[in-house]
Design a protein around this ligand. Structure first.
Ligand SMILES: [Zn+2]
Length: 313
């Protein structure tokens, strides 16, 4: 068994401020005054757990997490040792330049999707966050995940133009069309017919194979009976996660892609892990899951996986 090449395990962490779930009126001032990044002190424990198994997390970083913090120090150490990657996470509502969208009557004031902004504003936001990441981490980001899992042709073309090679915003099987954005009529993407494997995105149909040069590496999902399971820990879902890993191993899937938010690593940093005990249970589950995955998969970052794939294609 030992000389058989293992498949790839990709860990993606949406690295963002504390408890971004609830707040829904964002202005330049409220972003400055109200977003906290206390969770930046809690990421090291997770990184060390990954290192125990040789895993290399890809931290997809939002604007506020580029400010000096224990996370930036940790990331700079990891970049030197090549045991993590820094990519970009697009929160359209907090990345400058700020632009007032008209709130729809029916939308309930959700966070907007990046596709709701004018093209020139989208492009400016991509430029700003890309430069900010370069300034703070000294690397050019190549990997990306969109806030609220939103991509479209226009946005992907802008990402490509700014040097991105990998996207991981697709959740195969999931339908986001019932989730409004901020403006009237806005909604998320229907991923029900998207491939559950990595593919070169077509710019004519983003759910199909094509020649854009951008590679989509979707989150790992599968059905258990009729329920869609994602490779993403919640409280008390370790059985489902084990089921998913077994199923993907049986199906000989080429990679597993896991996700979590950095704020979920801190007590009450998210609605999902509220108490100290929730965090300890999460770490117990992660140990169990990472151990299981290590028999068949080895750690790579998202852009490493994509570079390897490009060599084969
Ligand atoms: Zn996010």
């Amino acid at each position: 068994m030992d000389n058989i090449k293992k498949k790839s395990f990709i860990i993606t962490i949406d690295t963002e401020g504390d408890y971004i779930w609830n707040r829904n009126t964002w202005t330049e001032n409220s972003v400055k005054n109200r977003i906290t990044i206390r969770n930046s002190s809690y990421i090291e424990r997770f990184q060390r757990l990954c290192e125990k198994y040789g895993y290399k997390p890809t931290y997809l970083v939002d604007y506020e997490m580029c400010a000096p913090s224990p996370f930036v120090d940790l990331a700079n150490e990891c970049i030197k040792k090549k045991n993590a990657e820094i990519g970009m996470h697009m929160h359209a509502w907090t990345i400058p330049p700020f632009y007032n969208l008209k709130r729809g009557k029916e939308t309930g004031g959700n966070h907007p999707y990046i596709g709701e902004y004018p093209t020139s504003v989208i492009e400016d936001k991509v430029k700003v966050i890309t430069h900010k990441i370069q300034d703070s981490f000294g690397v050019i980001p190549k990997s990306h995940r969109s806030g609220r899992w939103y991509i479209d042709r226009k946005y992907l073309a802008i990402l490509k133009k700014h040097g991105y090679i990998a996207d991981c915003s697709v959740i195969p099987g999931k339908d986001w069309t019932f989730n409004a954005g901020l403006t009237e009529g806005s909604h998320g993407i229907d991923y029900r017919r998207f491939p559950n494997k990595a593919y070169k995105i077509s710019m004519f149909n983003i759910g199909k194979e094509g020649k854009s040069g951008l590679i989509e590496v979707p989150l790992t999902t599968a059905y258990k009976n009729k329920q869609l399971i994602e490779l993403r820990p919640y409280r008390h879902n370790i059985k489902d996660l084990n089921y998913l890993v077994d199923k993907c191993t049986e199906e000989k899937r080429d990679y597993l892609e896991f996700m979590l938010h950095s704020s979920e690593l801190m007590r009450a940093g998210s609605p999902n892990f509220l108490t100290e005990n929730d965090i300890e249970v999460l770490y117990d589950d992660l140990e169990q899951l990472f151990e299981k995955i290590s028999y068949h998969y080895e750690g790579v970052t998202l852009s490493q996986y994509v570079e390897n794939m490009r060599k084969i294609l």
